[in-house]
Design a protein around this ligand. Structure first.
Ligand code: NA7
Length: 547
C-alpha cells in the first residue's frame, strides 16, 4: 500500500465500527489504558446495525434491561428504557448517550468506510485504508463490524426492471418511507419480516407477503415499562448481570433444568402455555433438551404450530404458515407483535412460494407460477408499488470479507477463509497478527444476547493488549495448530445441538449463494466460552505465539 504521509495517522489501535462493540472497545483502550485509538465508522452516526435498520417496527428481541452495557453503574442508573424491548431509535439514542457521556465522539471518524487493511511485516503495524483516502497505521486492528451488517439482496430475475420503490430493511431510509395508499410486496419472513409485516399492514393499502420458508414465532408481549418495573430492573441489575454471565445465552434468565422428555404431557403443555403468555425468547428456555433432542423439540414445535392455526382464520393461510420444516429455534427464532393475526386483515395476503415460486420481477410487480393437477402452468402477476426485501444478511463473515484484509505474506482473509471461517478462540486468525475480531465466527455471537457477548470479548481483548504492553511484547498471533484445535471445538459444540442439522440457515451461510457452508458460531454457550477464554488469559495466552 503506497501511503502519502500527509494522509497518515499513527495510532496504537484502530477499531472498525461504532456500534455496541466499537464504542466499548474505544472506552477500554483509550480511557482505561490511555492508548491512542481511533474508531472508523462507515455510517454518519453511532449505532452500528441499528444505525441502518430503521424499518417500521425495528426492535430488538432482547429485553431492554439486558440489551445494554453493564460496565458502568452510573450509566445503568441514569438511563431509562421506555419499553420491554427497545426500538431501533431508542437504541441509537442510548448509544448516542453513551458516546456523549464518555466523550467518545472525538475519537470516532464517521463516514469513513475501511476498504483495506494490510499487515506490514517490516514494522509489525497494520496499514488501514479508508474510502476517503485517509490512511491509519496501528499496532492493533480490532473489527467491531457486527454480525448482521451486510444486507443480502437476492438476485431475482427482472429486479432492475421494477419501476416502483425498492428497499432492503437493513438499509432503510432514515427519513422513512410513505406507504399510505400503496401496494407493498414483502419478500422474507425471518425475524425482520415478522416484525415489519404487521406495521406495514397498518399503513399500506395492501400487503403481499412472499414466504419461502414458514417460521415459528412467539409473541413478544412488548409493553411500556412502568416506573416500578424500571426501578426493579435497576435495583436487580447486578443480579441480572450475574445471571446473564452464568448461562449460555447472555440473557437475564435461567434455563429450566427440567427435560421436556421427562415431563408429563399435561405439565409440559402448562409450561409452554405459561412461556407463551410471558412471551419472548425465553420460550426457548422452557426445557433443557429443546436444542439437543429432536423428540423434545417436536413437543415445542407442535405446541407452536397449533397456536398458529388458532390465530389465523383462513385455513389455507394457517396451513402455509404452520407447515414448518425445521425444529423450533434451530434457526434464529423470531418473536412478534401480532404477526400471525396480521393475516386476518382484509388488506394482507400470503403467497406461499413453496406452491407458487417467484419466476421474475417485472416493472410493476412480481410474477409467481404454479402447476395444476393436470400439469398445466399458471402465472399470477402481483401488482405492486413498493418492494420490501426482508431477506437478511451475509451474516457473521460478510462484512469482514468485504474489506480487503491481508495478513502475513499478503494473504487475504478471503483466501484464509476460502473453505469457511477458521480462527482461534473466535478472536484471532492464523497469519493475521494483532488482528482481533469482536463477536466474529467461532464465538457465541449471534446465539447470545449481543451486548453480553460483546462485553466479554472487548474485556478479553483489552486485557490481552494490556498484557502485551505491560510485558513489552509487540505481537500476538495464533498458530495454525491452535486454530485446528478451536475449529474442532466449534464443530463438536455444534454437533451436540440441532442447529447444524437445518441445512438452509444463515448460521451456516446457506442463504448466500456460493458461501462455504460451515456452522459459524460457537454453540457451547457463552458461560463455557468465557471460562475457556479466561483460562487462556490466566495461563499467559499459551496457545498463542507472543513476541
Ligand atoms: P433472515 O432470518 O435471514 O430471513 C430472511 C428471510 O428472507 C427468510 O424468510 C428467507 O427465506 C427470505 N429470503 C431470502 N432470500 C429470498 C428469496 N430469494 N426469495 C424469497 N425469500 C427469500 O433475516 P432477518 O433480517 O429476518 O433476520 C436476521 C437477524 O436479524 C435475526 O435472526 C435477528 O438476529 C436479527 P428462507 O428462510 O431462506 O427460505
Amino acid at each position: 500500500m503506497n501511503t502519502p504521509q500527509s494522509n497518515l495517522e499513527i495510532l496504537d489501535a484502530v477499531v472498525i465500527g461504532a456500534g455496541f462493540a466499537g464504542l466499548y472497545q474505544l472506552y477500554c483502550l483509550r480511557d482505561q489504558q490511555e492508548l491512542k485509538v481511533k474508531v472508523l465508522e462507515a455510517g454518519s452516526g453511532v449505532g452500528g446495525t441499528w444505525h441502518w435498520n430503521r424499518y417500521p417496527g425495528a426492535r430488538c428481541d432482547s429485553e431492554s434491561h439486558v440489551y445494554c452495557y453493564t460496565f458502568s453503574k452510573e450509566l445503568t442508573e441514569h438511563w431509562n428504557w421506555s419499553e420491554r424491548y427497545p426500538g431501533a431509535t431508542e437504541i441509537v439514542d442510548y448509544l448516542n448517550h453513551v458516546a456523549d457521556r464518555f466523550s467518545l465522539r472525538s475519537s470516532i471518524e464517521f463516514n469513513s468506510r475501511v476498504v483495506a487493511a494490510q499487515f506490514e511485516e517490516g514494522n509489525g503495524y497494520w496499514n488501514i485504508e479508508v474510502d476517503t483516502g485517509q490512511h491509519y497505521r496501528a499496532r492493533f486492528l480490532i473489527t467491531a463490524v457486527g454480525c448482521l451488517s451486510s444486507a443480502n439482496m437476492p438476485n431475482i430475475d427482472g429486479l432492475d426492471d421494477f419501476k416502483g420503490e425498492c428497499y432492503h430493511t437493513g438499509q432503510w431510509p432514515h427519513e422513512g418511507v410513505q406507504l399510505e395508499g400503496k401496494r407493498v410486496g414483502q419478500i422474507g419472513t425471518g425475524s425482520t419480516g415478522i416484525q415489519v409485516a404487521p406495521v406495514i399492514a397498518q399503513t399500506a393499502e395492501h400487503l403481499t407477503v412472499f414466504q419461502r420458508t414458514a417460521n415459528y414465532s412467539v409473541p413478544a408481549r412488548n409493553h411500556a415499562l412502568s416506573t416500578q418495573e424500571r426501578n426493579n430492573h435497576k435495583k436487580n441489575a447486578a443480579t441480572t448481570r450475574d445471571i446473564s454471565r452464568s448461562n449460555g445465552n447472555g440473557h437475564g434468565w435461567h434455563i429450566n433444568k427440567q427435560r421436556a422428555l421427562d415431563t408429563l404431557e399435561e405439565q409440559r403443555t402448562a409450561i409452554y402455555e405459561k412461556a407463551w403468555q410471558t412471551g419472548g425468547l425465553k420460550f426457548r428456555a422452557s426445557f433443557s433438551d429443546l436444542l439437543s433432542s429432536n423428540e423434545a423439540n417436536s413437543t415445542a414445535a407442535e405446541f407452536l404450530k397449533v397456536k398458529i392455526q388458532q390465530l389465523v382464520n383462513n385455513p389455507a393461510t394457517a396451513a402455509s404458515l404452520s407447515q414448518i420444516d425445521h425444529p423450533y429455534a434451530a434457526k434464529r427464532p423470531p418473536i412478534d407483535t401480532h404477526y400471525f393475526e396480521t393475516y386476518n386483515r382484509d388488506n394482507v395476503e400470503l403467497v406461499d412460494l413453496r406452491k407458487t415460486p417467484i419466476s421474475m420481477i417485472t416493472k410493476d410487480g412480481v410474477v409467481c407460477h404454479s402447476i395444476d393437477s393436470q400439469g398445466l402452468e399458471h402465472e399470477t402477476h402481483h401488482d405492486l408499488d413498493v418492494l420490501v426485501f426482508a431477506t437478511g444478511y451475509d451474516a457473521i463473515t460478510g462484512t469482514l470479507l468485504r474489506m480487503d484484509i491481508r495478513g502475513r505474506n499478503n494473504v487475504k482473509l478471503s483466501e484464509a477463509w476460502s473453505a469457511g471461517p477458521r480462527n482461534h478462540l473466535g478472536v484471532q486468525v492464523a497469519g493475521f497478527p494483532n488482528l482481533f475480531t469482536i463477536t466474529g465466527p467461532g464465538s457465541p455471537c449471534v446465539l447470545t444476547n449481543m451486548p453480553a457477548a460483546i462485553e466479554q470479548h472487548v474485556e478479553w481483548i483489552s486485557d490481552c493488549i494490556a498484557y502485551l504492553n505491560d510485558n513489552n511484547h509487540t505481537t500476538i498471533e495464533s498458530p495454525e495448530s491452535s486454530v485446528e484445535y478451536w475449529v474442532t471445538e466449534v464443530n463438536k459444540a455444534a454437533e451436540e445441538t440441532l442447529l447444524p442439522k437445518v441445512k438452509h440457515s444463515w448460521y451456516l451461510g446457506a442463504n448466500i449463494p456460493g458461501k462455504p457452508q460451515v456452522f459459524m458460531p460457537y454453540a457451547g454457550g457463552l458461560d463455557t466460552y468465557r471460562s475457556i477464554c479466561d483460562k487462556e488469559a490466566n495461563a499467559g495466552y499459551k496457545s498463542f505465539t507472543i513476541s
